[in-house]
Design a protein around this ligand. Structure first.
Ligand code: NAD
Ligand code: AKB
Length: 315
């Protein structure tokens, strides 16, 4: 039975991942932590501790006290918020990661790192971006993600630490709201479709980005952490994707189920520039070959489920 510590557990991913892990491994086996406390009731039964990941001593104390064998390091500042305060983003995203890796090394824990499509940049091939390719991002978030990937691979090579990770695309979900990223438009559009029948996008038409529905993202974490290590040629991190679309295509998918839905545009230059520096679509064949990655939701299936779940939530 695994004993897991999750950092940044009250975010968009953590909220759902912790419930899923508690179902799989037992409530008491999963220690949720975050720098804030609002939203703990959404995590279900199980232990919770306040933790700022820049405090390495507290992180170490909690991992030891929980007798953890696995650390899932979700704490971070997302792309758009990171550009507003690069110094804070570096401190949380890099120093927090270093602290978490050091504790994992000392306590011999398996380690999960959520990288991002942001680990690519303007010089990367933009279509079907390969697993191993140019990574020269021009955002502080992306710079920290590439550095984090390298650091995780370093800990694997140097210390034999069981580090694993994925490059998540934009994640779409109906439970916790996204935390200040560039792909957030693809979540907000569903809320506004139900509340107002229209949405104003801060991302321009024709801007393709990879996306994924949260149930597939949760499967990816569990699937990769359970994967047979002898099959893994890569560690940090695997390209994974489920779909790639631009705002008009997303609007058309929603309009099929919300007749009369209207998409307007008021493009935010800062977030648009970030989006344009990321791939249009990435190639996830390494993940498919090495640990049988296989997402279930395409745009249509995700849209049907999102609208149904959100209608129930907002009614
Ligand atoms: P989120 O912003 O929703 O949640 C991040 C959590 O980290 C928040 O609950 C926040 O309170 C916490 N946090 C911030 N500073 C902290 C600190 N100093 N100490 C401890 N906790 C702190 O983000 P998310 O979407 O859940 O993403 C989790 C991870 O996955 C991040 O590393 C993110 O970069 C990565 N990721 C997310 C996406 C996505 O679309 N959601 C895509 C790619 C990668
Ligand atoms: C963001 O937009 O910052 C995140 C991500 C793709 O990393 N959703």
């Amino acid at each position: 039975m695994k004993r897991i510590v999750v950092t940044g557990g009250l975010g968009q991913i953590g909220t759902e991942l912790i419930r899923r892990l508690r179902k799989e491994y037992g409530n008491d086996c999963v220690l949720a932590t975050d720098v804030k406390e609002e939203g703990t009731e959404r995590l279900g039964e199980g232990p919770f501790e306040l933790l700022d990941v820049t405090d390495g001593n507290k992180l170490s104390e909690l991992v030891k006290r929980h007798r953890a064998d696995t650390v899932l390091h979700l704490a971070g500042i997302l792309s758009a918020n990171a550009e507003k305060n690069p110094q804070l983003a570096w401190s949380v995203n890099m120093n927090g990661l270093y602290n978490a890796l050091e504790v994992a090394r000392q306590e011999s824990c398996s380690f999960f790192f959520p990288s991002s499509i942001a680990a690519f940049g303007p010089g990367t091939p933009q279509d079907k971006t390969p697993q191993d390719t140019v990574q020269r991002p021009n955002t502080i978030y992306g710079v920290a993600k590439v550095s984090g990937e390298l650091l995780c691979d370093y800990y694997h090579g140097k210390y034999g630490l069981d580090t694993r990770g994925v490059r998540f695309p934009g994640l779409i979900s109906y439970d916790a709201l996204p935390g200040g990223g560039t792909t957030d438009y693809a979540v907000h559009i569903y809320y506004d479709a139900i509340r107002k029948g229209s949405y104003t996008s801060f991302i321009a038409p024709g801007t393709y980005m990879d996306m994924m529905y949260m149930p597939d993202a949760l499967d990816s974490v569990v699937g990769l952490m359970e994967a047979d290590p002898s099959r893994l040629k890569h560690r940090c991190c695997f390209n994974i994707t489920a779909m790639s679309f631009e705002p008009d295509q997303l609007a058309a998918a929603i309009e099929k189920h919300v007749p009369g839905f209207v998409l307007n545009y008021d493009v935010d230059p800062a977030r648009q520039a970030i989006a344009e520096s990321w791939p249009n679509s990435i190639d996830d064949s390494a993940a498919r070959e090495e640990w049988d990655w296989n997402p279930k939701y395409d745009l249509e299936a995700m849209t049907v489920d999102m609208l149904e779940k959100l209608k129930a939530k907002l009614s």
